[in-house]
Structures are given as C-alpha cells and as structure tokens.
Design a protein around this ligand. Structure first.
Ligand code: BEZ
Length: 264
C-alpha cells in the first residue's frame, strides 16, 4: 500500500482502498467473469451509448464492444483507468457520486463496483442524471450477506487488536428491499431485482484476496502488523472456506437489478 485514493467503482467512498491494476489483473480475473449475467440482461445494441460505471481495468468493459455499442468507462482510480485505456477503451477518471460527463447515455452498466460507494443515494442520483429518460441501468454488486464469513474473520482479527471492524468496513451490501426503495426514490422503475448466493473460486488464494481488497482495514494497523493481520484472517477462514483440494471459495452474494429511468 502506498497511497490512499478512491477507486474502481469505488469513488470517494472507499477513500482508503488502493487499486493497483497489475495486482488486480493477476489475481481478480473472476470478477469480470461474474458479470456475464448482467451483460445478457443489458443486451447492448449497435450504436447505443453505454456507460460502464466503475470500469476498473476495462476487462469487463471490453466485453461490451463487440455489440457495436459506443462504450465509455469511468472509474475513480487513475491506475485502473490507465489500464483500461491500454485496452483501447474510452476510459475516464470520474467520481461516481458527482458524475458530470457533459453527455447522456442510453444505458449504464456496473459490475462489482457499487458496493464500494458508501453514499448510494448520491450515486443513484448521478446515474439518473446521465441516463436519458427510459434508459436502462443494469448492475451487479455485493448484496446483503456478501462475504459474510470473510468479514467475520476480518472483524475478529481486528477485535483482537482493539479495533472495530464495522466502523472500518468500506462496503455497502444492501438488502433487495432497501436497494429497490433507493432506486425508486432516485427516479427509476425496477424491472427486475434478485439476491443470489454465488460462491466464487479464488484461484490466487485468500492472501491475494486480502491484498487486493482489505486496504481500508489495514490502514488502521501499524505497518509492521499488517502481514500478521492478514495471516490471522486467512487462518480463521481456512477451516471454512478452503476446500479439501486446497482451493479457496469466497462466499459472494450478488444483488442484480435492471431498472429504467422514469420519464421526467
Ligand atoms: C464483491 O465483488 O462482492 C467484493 C469484492 C471485494 C470485496 C468485497 C466484495
């Protein structure tokens, strides 16, 4: 960890999560694969203008291009945006809480990004502003119960050190009811919304998962204790999330929705 920045769909909320495109691309290929369902829900059409909110390194964004849609990606993490640009994408650094791109879109898609944004009403209002009336908003994010086992282990390891994990938690994992209400309040009609347990294999292991995603907790620790903290988390998780064949499973729960922006 070297500097605190907002990030990958993370915008201002996770002000202390650091995104390193190289590390992310080595360890987190499964994230873009998880987005296949919402890609199908979006069903992008040639010529449509589509915004990928929290585009990260652009691996998922690039999957929209063959449809013939005109694709723009935004992310708060400059390192991720650079990586997306290297893929030839139109990617821009932007804070999702205050989007002002000077243009509107036919659709907004977001994969595994919204749960990093801890002011959801501001984000939804910003998305409503950039969508044309009738435009589609399709997203997948962590929902209620997401990474619950991992969070318990993190919080336990922090409690041993006298720290309150709940206060440091960088994530927003809403229930379907809560998020549907927020969407309606922001001016969307909810067409479909589901909460689905979706365990994922983490091929690079739990140390790598913690290295990629737990900065917000680790910043609260003295530098010399961070490696021991991660070792403690992994040791707590090993009996429950490590399979007999030694591969790791993470207890993801996805909240997916398709909403349309109501006419003015
Ligand atoms: C997720 O995609 O659900 C997720 C990723 C990293 C940390 C927490 C949740």
């Amino acid at each position: 960890m070297s500097a605190a920045v907002g990030a990958g769909g993370t915008a201002l909320a996770a002000a202390s999560q650091v995104w390193c495109a190289e590390r992310y691309s080595a360890d987190c290929g499964f994230v873009a694969e998880l987005g296949e369902v919402i890609l199908a829900w979006l069903a992008p059409r040639p010529g449509e203008r589509i915004l990928d909110l929290g585009c990260g390194d652009g691996v998922f964004t690039a999957k929209l291009v063959p449809s013939g849609a005109v694709v723009v990606g935004v992310d708060a993490a400059p390192d991720m945006v650079e990586a997306a640009r290297r893929r030839g994408l139109d990617a821009r650094v932007a804070d999702a809480h205050a989007l002002d791109l000077g243009e509107t879109f036919d659709a907004v898609i977001s994969n595994a990004a919204l749960h990093w944004m801890k002011e959801p009403d501001r984000v939804l209002a910003a998305i409503a502003r950039v969508l044309r009336p009738g435009g589609r908003f399709v997203a997948e994010m962590g929902g209620f119960g997401n990474v619950a086992t991992i969070r318990v282990a993190i919080h336990a390891a922090l409690a041993r050190r006298g720290l309150d994990g709940a206060a440091l938690c960088p994530w927003y994992f809403p229930t379907p009811e809560e998020h549907a209400q927020r969407l309606v309040r922001a001016g969307f009609r909810v067409e479909r919304l589901e909460l689905v347990p979706r365990p994922v294999s983490v091929a690079s292991g739990m140390h790598a998962w913690c290295a990629n995603f737990t900065d917000s907790y680790q910043w609260a620790l003295p530098e010399g204790d961070r490696a021991a903290f991660v070792d403690d988390v992994v040791a707590l998780l090993e009996p429950v999330l490590r399979r007999p064949d030694t591969t790791w499973s993470a207890d993801y729960v996805r909240l997916r929705f398709l909403a349309t922006r109501s006419p003015e």
